[in-house]
Structure formats: C-alpha cells, structure tokens
Ligand binder design. Structure first.
Ligand code: ATP
Ligand code: MG
Length: 252
C-alpha cells in the first residue's frame, strides 16, 4: 500500500513550499514511484515545479456537468471520464502530478464525483508514495476512501496565529475520520532560536517539531524567476532543513 504524506496549516505558511522541497528530496534520493496531488483549489504546486497546468480534475467535472450529453456516442460515461482523467495526469520522469483544481459549484455532483474519486483511488495504488498539498480545510483528504495518512505535516510560520491554526487542525482531526499514523510540526521562516512563549504553545498542542526551516532568500528568487524548486541548490537553507528531516525524523 502506498505511503501518504500530507500537508496542513493555515494559508500562506509554506505548505506548497514544503511539498515542493519534499518532491525535490524524493526525486533526488528515492527511486520510487511518487504521485503528488495538488488538492488546493488555488493550485500552484505545479508552478513551483516549473510546470504549466492546462487542465485540472475540477475542469473535467465542470465540463461534464455543463454538458452531460457530451460523451462521444457509443462510449460509456465512466470510460469517458477516466480517459479525461488520464489526460490531466501530468507525467514527469521522477513523479506524476494530479491537480484537483476548483471545487464543485452548485448541483448534484455525486455521480461524477464518485467516478473521479474511484479513478483517483485506483491511480494511487500505482505509487509507493503520495504527497498531498492541501488547502487549509483538508477536504480532499477526508474524501479519500482509505482515509489513511502516514505522516501529517502540520506547518506554521513563526507566529502564534499559525501555531494556533495547527492546534485547531489537530483538534479537528477526530471529526474528519482520518486515520493519521504520525504527526509532525514544521516551523517555517523561523529565527535561530525559538522563543519560550512559542515553545510553550507547541507543547500545549502536543505535536513534536520535526523541522525548523529558516528564511531562505533562494525561495524568493526562484519564485520571481519562475524557476523549478526541484533545481534549488543543495546548500539552500530550506533544502538542508527538509533533507535533514527526511533523513533523521521521518520513516519512509
Ligand atoms: N522558508 C522560506 N523562506 C522564504 N520564503 C518562503 C519560505 N517559505 C515560504 N516562503 C514563501 O512564502 C510564500 C507562501 O508560501 P507557500 O505558497 O508555500 O504557502 P502555502 O501555505 O502553500 O500558501 P497557500 O495557503 O496560499 O497555499 C511563497 O511566496 C514562498 O516562496
Ligand atoms: Mg499552497
């Protein structure tokens, strides 16, 4: 069964950045099939990897709902939708990427959602690792059939507001019916020493810190120049932090 690593945390704290850094680690160090899922409706994981995203799973769903009769004659609608899903899967040398895209509008989406979710469930079986870049609410994760997350990375910036959001996500986990095996806290854009107040708050939440990422000016430069984060240099501070976490703190 595949191993799932998923991101959580409030808006803008670095979920996509950590996802891209993890993909850099995986593609450089582990030669195993990897599927990245961009589950944020405001998708931008592909961009950080230097990829152009033309169509998303959400686009397929909306197109189909707008014109349910658009299925080519003689073709079963399940086969048709699966064919379209295969077209949105972005296949790269070291990983594949599935972009979920916009959320559903109004209307009854059950049938089309069931087909798309079943396709995603089947697709996931082909990979050893799944990496899910979430929106803050984690709806995508709770929709998956298996509901299993091997490592939930909870990301905060160096601010109590980000940390409290992590606390709330942690409390919400029970309601989501997710089977979360391990949880780890990542403090992003952190100074060299974390304050006592911050650490006390971390202790209250009860999720262990697995990684501290300093501010990394290369990230800004790569973002501005639209360079793929997979090409970040080995000595970039954020790369070092994530690579160390993967080697020392996380069992994959
Ligand atoms: N350690 C860091 N050093 C410098 N810049 C960073 C660092 N981490 C993240 N950033 C920058 O902060 C911005 C927000 O990061 P990112 O997009 O990863 O957050 P996010 O949690 O995915 O946001 P959203 O909730 O909108 O999806 C990006 O421009 C990113 O380049
Ligand atoms: Mg993001």
């Amino acid at each position: 069964m595949s191993k799932t690593i998923a991101m959580s945390g409030k808006g803008g704290v670095g979920k996509t950045t950590v996802s891209a850094l993890l993909m850099r680690y995986f593609t450089n160090n582990l030669n195993s099939p990897l599927l990245a899922i961009d589950a944020d409706p405001n998708s931008n994981l592909g961009e950080t990897l230097g990829l152009d995203i033309e169509k998303t799973v959400g686009d397929i769903r909306e197109d189909f709902m707008r014109d349910p009769q658009g299925v080519p004659s003689g073709m079963d609608k399940i086969i048709y939708l699966e064919m379209l899903m295969n077209q949105v899967l972005i296949e790269q040398k070291n990983f594949d990427l599935l972009v979920m895209g916009r959320q559903e509008g109004q209307g009854c989406y059950c049938m089309v959602n069931n087909i798309l979710n079943r396709f995603a469930d089947e697709l996931e079986k082909n990979y050893k690792y799944l990496l899910v870049d979430n929106e803050a609410g984690m709806e995508h994760l709770s929709r998956r059939t298996s509901g299993k997350v091997d490592m939930l990375l909870m990301i905060t910036d160096y601010a109590l507001r980000g940390l409290r959001a992590v606390g709330r996500i942690n409390e919400m986990l029970g309601d989501l019916k997710l089977d979360v095996k391990n949880k780890g806290l990542i403090v992003n854009r952190a100074p060299e020493t974390l304050s006592r107040t911050f650490l006390d708050e971390v202790e209250k939440i009860g999720v262990p810190i697995v990684c501290i990422i300093p501010d990394d000016k290369n990230l800004l430069e790569f973002d501005m120049e639209r360079k793929s984060m997979l090409e970040l240099p080995n000595d970039s501070p954020a790369v070092i932090a994530i690579d160390n976490m993967m080697k020392e703190k996380i069992e994959v």
